[in-house]
Design a protein around this ligand. Structure first.
Ligand code: NAD
Length: 255
């Protein structure tokens, strides 16, 4: 077992309040590309044209044309070993909550029960005209590939319940995320580029209160100096390794 994994296992064992912060990288092995890696979505779709609230209101067809590429991937994706490792940590009493930037529902599909979706979800949408809520299956029926889905009540434009650039985050969700970050004694930061605020500031909140910090990533980030341990490699391989190492350590303690 590598030294970094052994050290992560020891930290997990010693910590009482562990919180995970996850980003697009954790779902790459489920077949959903991240945004900023080479070949990622933003290298093909300029976010200022396709993913700001203002651009959505001016021309929602741009967003929905991008979504028609992304949504089949989201629909068909299943949790990978990294998502499953976090839900197992929760069952072991070692993951209080998962704060995610992802909109893909894969933590919930993996069995994590306390998931804070900072950037919302693709599974529902809201009519911009009347505020009526729509489920994903309905949205698909009212209009899809190339078309803008419309509200069955008033024919208004449906916006997915994902947070676009320029939109505020859901205040209670953000408030609880800050509370969790401030109160934890270990934060596992998995597949986060840490370039999108306020999510990127959560490790700083944790650090201010002396929480331990472990980054799981395939590459370095601008915030690497916040981490005690940087576990390089695919989250779907390294995170399960860490959880297995912790379980082995806990079993030794019990005997
Ligand atoms: P990002 O694209 O900015 O960064 C992804 C990070 O994951 C990078 O640091 C990359 O090095 C790392 N990474 C890539 N593959 C990995 C792997 N197999 N294992 C471990 N790390 C890996 O993504 P972000 O920081 O999450 O921010 C982008 C925003 O885009 C998010 O806020 C989110 O709302 C949205 N987004 C969501 C999804 C999704 O729901 N799955 C996918 C793409 C983007």
């Amino acid at each position: 077992m590598s030294e970094d994994i052994e050290e992560v296992a020891r930290r997990i064992q010693a910590s009482k309040r562990i919180v995970a912060l996850t980003g697009a990288g954790i779902s790459v092995e489920s077949g959903i590309p991240d945004f900023r890696s080479p070949g990622g979505l933003w290298t093909r779709f300029d976010p200022s044209v396709y993913a700001t609230f203002e651009s959505f209101v001016n021309d929602p067809s741009k967003f929905w044309s991008m979504a028609s590429e992304l949504h089949p991937l989201l629909e068909n994706a299943t949790p990978n070993p990294a998502h499953l490792a976090l839900s197992e940590l929760e069952r072991l009493g070692k993951c209080e909550a998962v704060i995610t930037q992802n909109i893909d529902n894969l933590h919930q599909d993996a069995g994590s029960t306390d998931v804070l979706e900072l950037h919302g979800t693709y599974r529902t949408g809201t009519c911009l005209a009347c505020g009526c809520r729509h489920q994903y299956d309905e949205i698909k029926q009212t209009g899809w590939f190339g078309e803008v889905p419309s509200c069955k009540e008033c024919a208004g434009v449906i916006k997915p319940d994902v947070v676009l650039f320029g939109e505020p985050l859901n205040a209670p969700v953000l408030h609880r995320a800050v509370e969790l970050a401030t109160g934890c004694d270990l934060m596992l930061v998995v597949g986060c580029g840490l370039e999108v605020f306020p999510a990127a500031s959560l490790p700083t909140y944790a650090r201010r209160n002396n929480a331990g910090m472990v980054f799981f990533n395939v590459a370095s980030t601008a915030f690497d100096d916040l981490a005690d341990i940087i576990v390089l490699g695919k989250a779907g391989e390294r995170l399960p390794e860490a959880v297995e190492a912790y379980k082995a350590l806990a079993a030794v303690r019990e005997n």
